[in-house]
Design a protein around this ligand. Sequence first.
Ligand SMILES: [Zn+2]
Length: 347
Amino acid sequence: MADEKVTAYIKKCLDAGKMAEAIDTSKITGAPLSKEEINVYIQKYLENGWMQKAIDGAKAAGIELSKDVLSGYVNKYLENEKIYSAVDAARIIGVPLPREKIAVIGKECLRKGKITSALEAYKIIKEKPPEEELIICGNICFKNGLLADGLEAYRLANKTPPEDELVICGNACFNIGHVTPGLDAYKLANKNPSKEMLRICGEACLLEQRNDDARKAFVAAQKVEEMICSRTIEVREISLSELKKSNIDISGKCFGQKFCWDCENSTDIKERYFEVSRCPQTKEDEEELDKIMKLQHEIVNFYVELDVLGNGRGLINSSICGNCGSKNVVLSSGDEMGYMEIKAGKK
Ligand SMILES: [Zn+2]
């Protein structure tokens, strides 16, 4: 007479939605199973979206479940964005699904970044999710660190995810200790995460005792550090058209309106651009960059916009006044801009 075992078994059946088996066991063994308990479980099945289990269980217990109650749950599933449960339940009880409502829910799901539910909804109404909504959805997924979902949304929209959004996603992943999708996101953006970001990720992994992931993050941080220290500085001239193609907003930053300090001309400024393989971090770096610019390009006055080209690469801008030939050309907006001036040639 292992009563406890029987009771535990009945509970196990009930939890798994096997109402008939629970009732049979109770009858055979004499273990108690009250009508209230059965009712509570049937409600639970309905709440869970287990329409068939609820109907079967009610039938086994001799309880009446009206069609009104059941179709009420179909609506409830829809409102809770349990699309799959709603479709299943509607099929079981033989009621049509309200098409307009599903369309609205599909859109709402996209707006919440719930791509899977959204696609289920659109599939039911046999429509394609609108491109712009997919992109909104993808960006929300990225913001939440859901790389795969975000990529799927962009794929369906036939668009390539922008670098910026991928970096947002990578950082979101790192913040919650998801090292692999974080690294993948940065790789897709063709950028390198900062060592600080990777260390934050490593710490987050450690907190959850995911030691392998933590190690992966710290190793990546170490690699970034080594790469920054070991690379020599290389400078390459880059045309304005190439720059425009690279998705970098050159309207702001150090590439704003300029004027000549000597003749106050601001309309005819000749500008050249260079890509620098890594941004100077030390006095020695600055001197090396000055030397390269002077020897290779005969330029002594220039600005470096740090890190704008990704992978630690910076952008150099050199401006000469087209009117008087002065190299004393400065940004109109002056110090507010986040640029670094290299005081080369101003000896
Ligand atoms: Zn001038």
